[in-house]
Ligand binder design. Structure first.
Ligand SMILES: [Zn+2]
Ligand SMILES: [Zn+2]
Length: 367
């Protein structure tokens, strides 16, 4: 094992004089060596665990790994489970030690072994041969098929357990971002992924769109939610339809910078406040120094009839080159209503969320 480490480290100094082929072959060989090294370390950890060599300094093998190696408790637990699993399955251990299968495939098969131990013992070698020659996603599908065939009832229970483990948390971070964090059961997950994909994919046709994939997903999710709030049969909470409450001090909406605005409890810039107030179902709470001066009637800024006429005229986003359909668009006041602009066809144009943001927050000038 020590030799394997030395070989990898020694090579990194002298890469410049290797040919392209040597460089590539050396990389592949190094990865295989790394897999064998991982297998050797797992065997070593299994022996530590079997002898309880970590005592008396550490009560458990995982605590020893966590403290001495410096990994998280969860990672230490994972390493110990892997070592124990490999110790129990000769076929798997040998395939790993000869780099026939890599660590993700080992984890996948150990999981399968845990779910259906008896059938796994019978099919171990067939499964190893199968996952060794398949791409990871195909390998996972093959193991799923095997599990389903091996034990229908248990597989169904497994699916049910995944469903029970679903969860999503929405929290505000110190930096002012909103963090979505969760696990989706496979069915909901695919549904969400497909919905995001349907909005993200077309944006790649626009060469001027320089958002990252992760940014595009956030924008797509926000579009879907905005659409839901605009058109959906939204649940009623406390007697009101879920909606935006915009708290502003009077002058802010007219563009005088310096005063904070709040959007459902979130502090936003005056530009954002103007954009949101541009086309929303708004309950205006006008405050002055924390004192609420006026709670306005809940109104749609752009009445349904005018919106229909606007859709008939504009069709979709009016930003040059943009083809977002009207369903995803806001009605933008060319002169903001807070500045005396009227909510009439002549003063309105449809803009998709991205271009509406550019219109208010000023990035349009960058394009
Ligand atoms: Zn606007
Ligand atoms: Zn647009």
């Amino acid at each position: 094992m020590a030799l394997a480490i030395e070989l990898l480290l020694d090579e990194s100094d002298a890469l410049w004089h290797e040919s392209d082929a040597e460089l590539c072959d050396g990389y592949v060989a190094g990865v295989r060596r790394l897999v064998r090294l991982q297998a050797a370390l797992a065997a070593r950890l299994a022996e530590i665990d079997r002898r309880r060599a970590h005592e008396p300094g550490h009560l458990t093998t995982a605590a020893f790994v966590r403290d001495r190696v410096g990994v998280s408790g969860a990672e230490a637990q994972r390493l110990v489970s892997e070592a124990r699993g490999l110790a129990e399955h000769d076929g798997l251990r040998h395939a790993f030690a000869s780099a026939e299968i890599d660590r993700p495939r080992v984890a996948m098969l150990l999981h399968a072994a845990g779910v259906s131990p008896d059938t796994f013992a019978r099919d171990e070698q067939v499964l190893i041969d199968t996952v060794a020659r398949l791409e990871m996603s195909d390998a996972r599908r093959a193991v799923d098929y095997w599990r389903q065939a091996a034990d229908r009832e248990r597989f169904a229970r497994g699916v049910e357990q995944l469903h029970d483990r679903r969860g999503l948390s929405v929290s505000e971070t110190f930096g002012g971002m909103i963090r979505l964090d969760g696990d989706l059961d496979p069915e909901s997950g695919r549904l969400v992924a497909a919905a995001l994909e349907s909005l993200v994919e077309p944006t790649f046709l626009d060469p001027t769109d320089d958002r990252t994939l992760r940014q595009r997903r956030v924008d797509a999710l926000a579009e879907i939610c905005a659409d839901h709030l605009r058109h959906g049969d939204v649940p009623v909470s406390g007697g009101f339809r879920t909606q935006v409450t915009l708290s502003v001090v009077p002058d802010v909406l007219r563009g005088e910078i310096g005063e904070p605005c709040e959007l459902s409890g979130l502090v936003v810039t005056p530009e954002a406040a103007q954009r949101i107030a541009c086309d929303a179902t708004v309950t205006r709470v006008v405050a002055d120094g924390g004192r609420v001066l006026d709670v306005g009637r809940t109104t749609r800024v752009v009445p349904a009839a005018i919106r229909r006429a606007l859709i008939a005229r504009d069709g979709g986003c009016t930003h040059p080159g943009c083809d977002r359909p009207h369903r995803w668009c806001d009605a933008h006041h060319i002169t903001h209503w807070a500045d005396g602009g009227s909510t009439s066809l002549g003063n309105l144009r449809l803009l998709c969320r991205r271009h509406h943001r550019m219109a208010h927050e000023g990035s349009v000038r960058r394009e």
